[in-house]
Design a protein around this ligand. Structure first.
Ligand SMILES: [Zn+2]
Length: 373
């Protein structure tokens, strides 16, 4: 198993953001959502058009950046193939482009999503997130054999699935960075209304091994947004917003590496082959809660989870371990197997891998949690 590692800046050009994967949602026999009027405008066509415009803008401005498309024409691509295309091409960023729809035709504006569990603090928002996530994930029902491909994932109940124990966890902060740039830049598009950045369990983001966001550019069910989607200038303004976000993120990403890698870049992990995919480690009934050793100042440990909402230390996800919970200013990070000594923390991580296969060793310094090789 490969561990996430802090890469030291050896060569700027080698480490800069150099491949981006653009994923126009739906395609082929999956139209996505469709406008209710007689024109029957389809999500798959709008998403493709915006994606191609974004591709052309990036290619024109950055000839050195490779732009990989999951599709560049009207064809059906299973959700897990989309992540596989990004992973195989070692993409540094994944952008999935979609259009929203709902029965309430006054709802409008864009929303940006990273992988995670929905927060149910606001019940109405939670319900609308669930409706959206369910709709986007349900496209797997159009695929053959989806139950084995997605390990029994039930699209009608996305919250039932544990998405935590995955590499995407390590990229959450970069994903949130890019999502914030998208949210800001779309404010200058012809669909300027922001519905915010959210964490939701979107299946298409599940197996990506790089910062990844899903953008719902606006609502096909809203007359104003639909008019924007039907005009070339409207779609161009959205592609321009996404492009601005890409530029801002790339500058930040490249600079962080030039300045000595202040933001750790995790080593990529190969997409697991079908036969390598094992079911998640069985739930272990906790005999007693394992308290962490007292530590002070800088210490080391194993990060098993990062999340936007705080989970209690006795949550069953922690399998009987009582993690140190560190608020980093944006995320809660959960660290177990702590020690003042790095080698001791590594030893504990070897054991913890049995229960948390995608966990990794971190150095904790106040609210700073940094991945160590
Ligand atoms: Zn969609």
């Amino acid at each position: 198993m490969a561990f996430p590692a802090v890469l030291t800046a050896q060569s700027d050009t080698k480490l800069a953001l150099k491949t981006v994967c653009i994923d126009p949602g739906h395609g082929g026999h999956d139209a996505g959502c469709v406008s209710r009027d007689s024109k029957k405008t389809r999500e798959k066509d709008i998403a493709l058009s915006i994606a191609l415009k974004l591709r052309d803008k990036i290619r024109a401005a950055y000839p050195g950046v490779k732009v990989v498309m999951t599709r560049s024409d009207d064809r059906f691509i299973p959700l897990n193939d989309r992540a596989a295309i990004a992973n195989k091409n070692n993409a540094d960023l994944f952008i999935s482009i979609h259009i929203d729809a709902t029965t309430n035709n006054t709802a409008n504006g864009h929303s940006v999503h990273v992988l995670g569990q929905s927060s149910n603090k606001n019940r109405d928002l939670f319900r609308s997130n669930m409706e959206l996530t369910r709709r986007e994930n349900s496209v797997i029902l159009l695929e053959d054999d989806y139950t084995t491909k997605y390990q029994g994932f039930d699209p009608s109940d996305p919250e039932s699935f544990i998405f935590f124990n995955l590499m995407q966890n390590a990229h959450l902060e970069h994903s949130l960075d890019f999502a914030a740039e998208v949210d800001k830049a779309l404010g200058t598009s012809k669909i300027p209304r922001s519905r915010g950045v959210r964490q939701n369990p979107f299946l298409v983001l599940w197996r990506t091994t790089m910062p990844a966001v899903l953008v719902e550019c606006g609502f096909i069910s809203n007359a104003g947004d639909l008019e924007v989607f039907r005009s070339d200038a409207g779609k161009n303004s959205i592609a321009e917003g996404l492009f601005k976000a890409f530029v801002a993120f790339k500058n930040k990403y490249d600079n962080s590496l030039k300045s000595g890698g202040a933001i750790p870049v995790e080593a990529r992990r190969e997409e697991p082959k079908r036969e390598d995919i094992k079911p998640a480690a069985p739930e272990v009934k906790p005999v007693a809660v394992e308290e962490e050793a007292p530590v002070s100042g800088v210490y080391y440990g194993t990060q098993i989870l990062a999340s936007g909402r705080r989970r209690p230390a006795n949550d069953s996800f922690f399998k009987g371990h009582k993690p140190k919970i560190i608020w980093t200013g944006r995320l809660y990070k959960y660290v177990v197997g702590v020690s003042d000594s790095l080698s001791e923390a590594r030893k504990k991580n070897d054991e913890l891998q049995k229960f948390f296969p995608d966990s990794f060793v971190v150095k904790v310094d106040g609210e700073n949690v940094e991945i160590v090789k």
